[in-house]
Write a protein that binds this ligand. Structure first.
Ligand code: MRU
Length: 367
């Protein structure tokens, strides 16, 4: 996506072909700092402290983290140490484990001297694959938006939660990819952007993406969606996912489940944009089996923003003695998901629907 006319991905290599460059997303929308990652440990910090975030980008950053380590020490011990350090950064998005397992399976059998170049090549391929997956999700999701646009006058109102935009992926985004395609096609689209407390990925990131691309949007508080749906002001919801089980349960940013409930009650279609690396084929019950990240309560009791003097500051919004509780994700059961938008097409959110779309994984899912 372009930022001030310059095309960017969310992760890329510097001119030396070895330094990994990212955008420090904790500083958006008030600044756009590009940060160099030169060690595996820095890549781990970038994931853990959410300079980069979003399931696909976490996976891509972890892959480059392993490549950075192979540039320093390509031994077996270093490979497995790096894998463990990177894997421990965040627990919920399955793309992290997927990317690390993929890299270790490739690098493990190679001679140590061959590992660095192979690691960089595979990390780059993971990034390119993500871009292509998201582009295809956009194509399939476009058909949904076109169908709604054909039946109504005025804009197609789409509600999204958190940031499943290009900043959460390598490019295009998942939930936003159909939106970009619809806008390119000339469809009148308007986006309701959930602020997404506590870290405000909607307010800080999705709103910035929409504004940068000139897409009509409004920022809403997380509790507004149900009201808007009751009044016919939401035509469809599209969210992302951090892990989807083989039976179609969707784990995404906290608050997604409440939007799905409201959508179900109001007959609003609730779609989830699902790149296949985000499917955890081993799991069948999202609520009991997906680990939910428990983050610092300070993210709830304190907020970041820019004051009238232009200073970015953190403020406390609760009494000193009040602790925050901060489960970072929730699970939306498959029965509340209208359909899953994958890179291969639109699938029912069910074991049969996913297995039919990805038959090569049906055996793992059935175990
Ligand atoms: O905590 P975050 O910002 O990493 O959470 C991100 C989300 O929940 C996204 O919706 C999800 O990763 C899908 S991104 C395409």
């Amino acid at each position: 996506m372009k930022v001030n006319g310059i095309p960017y991905r969310s992760i890329w290599l510097g001119s030396d072909g070895r330094t990994v460059q990212i955008i420090d997303q904790t500083r958006l929308p008030h600044a756009f700092p590009v940060v160099d990652l030169t060690t595996m440990e820095q890549a781990a910090v970038a994931i853990r402290d959410m300079w980069v975030r979003g399931a696909p980008l976490i996976g891509a950053t972890a892959a480059y983290g392993l490549a950075l380590q192979m540039g320093v020490d390509p031994s077996d011990a270093a490979l497995h140490h790096a894998r463990d350090v990177l894997h421990a950064t965040r627990p919920t998005a399955i793309n992290l484990r997927w990317a690390l397992d993929d890299m270790v399976a490739l690098l493990g059998p190679l001679a140590p001297d061959d590992r660095r170049d192979a690691a960089y090549a595979r990390a780059a391929a993971i990034c390119d694959e993500d871009v292509e997956i998201n582009r295809r999700i956009g194509e399939h999701g476009l058909a949904l938006i076109e169908a709604i646009a054909a039946k109504k006058s005025g804009p197609v109102n789409i509600l999204t939660h958190c940031n499943a935009g290009w900043l959460a992926t390598v490019d295009w985004g998942t939930a936003t990819s159909p939106i970009y395609r619809a806008v390119e096609t000339g469809i009148d689209v308007h986006v309701w952007v959930d602020e997404t407390r506590p870290r405000n990925q909607g307010a800080h990131l999705t709103a910035w993406e929409m504004a940068s691309h000139g897409i009509p949007h409004h920022l809403i508080v997380d509790n507004a969606g149900g009201h808007l749906m009751q009044h016919g002001q939401v035509d469809l919801c599209i969210t992302g996912t951090d892990r989807t089980t083989a039976n179609g349960d969707v784990c995404n940013k906290i608050g997604t489940y409440l939007k799905a409930l409201a959508a179900h009650d109001n007959g609003v279609p609730f779609y989830v944009a699902l790149p296949s690396p985000t499917i955890d084929w081993r799991l069948r019950d999202g609520i009991s089996e997906i680990p939910i990240e428990d983050r610092s309560g300070e993210e709830v009791t304190k907020l970041w923003g820019r004051d009238a003097a232009g200073q970015v500051r953190q403020v406390q919004i609760s009494p000193d003695v009040t602790p925050g509780a901060n489960p970072a994700f929730d699970v939306t059961p498959a029965r509340l998901v209208t359909r899953l938008i994958t890179e291969r097409g639109i699938a029912p959110a069910s074991a049969a629907g996913l297995a039919a779309m990805f038959p090569e994984h049906a055996a793992t899912a059935a175990q």
